[in-house]
Design a protein around this ligand. Structure first.
Ligand SMILES: [Zn+2]
Length: 255
């Protein structure tokens, strides 16, 4: 079930799913439906033919431009498709068939969409985080991390970040973290449990500080940047879900 042919099928399936994730990334922040109408060029509004909708392939064949108006197509499209294809192939190879691979892929897809939307719009749509939280909790009854760990994950993820947001607001009298970040970390907790949620938060804060300092140095300091924290949470969660257990085991050896 995890031979080369099955992994190839998983990759093709992933590319098609990635194509749908692109639709979500583009339309959710605009408040548009993700199922209707069919895809069109954002510039000349012409509906795309089936052969212009093939994941990754169409972008390469069309040299990254619309066939009629020659307007450049965002490189985000083939990137998201290729990344989702890679993720599906790797997850199928690593987990094999079962509820866990389904849970992990659903989680991965949510992270990709949140990563891209937060990066561009500084927005984490409730239509992803809230159903994501419910799905993560429901799936925890049939696969890891188990429902109790998932429930603690929701409470720890949401609670800790809510506390930090509240504290920041009291001290600085301005909003540092949005409720979107709080809901997103609660969703992450539902999928991977409370311990890996804390690993996620540490990794995201570390990566966020590194990029923040680099940006301040590049711009000679003094300026404050509103970094999209959800983007870092997505990166941290992807790392925690894949390598977090190893890091935890290594860390706990010292105790
Ligand atoms: Zn066009």
């Amino acid at each position: 079930m995890t031979g080369p042919a099955a992994i190839l099928v998983a990759a093709v399936f992933g590319a098609i799913v990635g194509s749908f994730l692109n639709v979500c990334i583009y339309r959710l922040p605009l408040g548009q439906s993700v199922v209707w109408p069919s895809s069109a060029c954002p510039h000349c509004k012409r509906s795309l033919a089936w052969f212009e909708n093939l994941p990754v392939v169409s972008y390469l064949v069309l040299w990254g431009r619309c066939r009629t108006c020659r307007h450049p197509i965002s490189g985000r499209y083939p990137l998201v498709e290729a990344l989702t294809a890679l993720m599906c192939a790797a997850a199928w190879w690593y987990y094999g068939p079962g509820a866990l691979v389904f849970s992990r892929l659903l989680f991965g897809c949510a992270l990709i969409v949140l990563f891209a939307i937060d990066l561009e719009h500084h927005l984490l749509p409730n239509v992803i985080t809230l159903p994501g939280m419910a799905a993560g909790f429901a799936l925890s009854f049939v696969c890891g991390p188990g429902w109790l760990d998932s429930l603690f994950g929701i409470m720890v993820g949401g609670g800790v970040l809510y506390g930090i947001a509240e504290l920041y607001y009291r001290v600085r009298h301005e909003e540092g973290l949005g409720m979107g970040d709080v809901k997103m970390l609660a969703m992450i907790g539902a999928f991977i449990g409370w311990k890996l949620t804390l690993v996620t938060l540490m990794m995201a804060s570390f990566a966020g500080s590194l990029v923040g300092v680099a940006l301040m140095v590049a711009h000679k300091g003094g300026m404050k940047y509103a970094l999209p924290f959800g983007t870092f949470l997505a990166l941290g969660a992807a790392l925690a879900a894949t390598t977090g257990q190893g890091i935890l085991d290594w860390y706990l050896r010292f105790w």
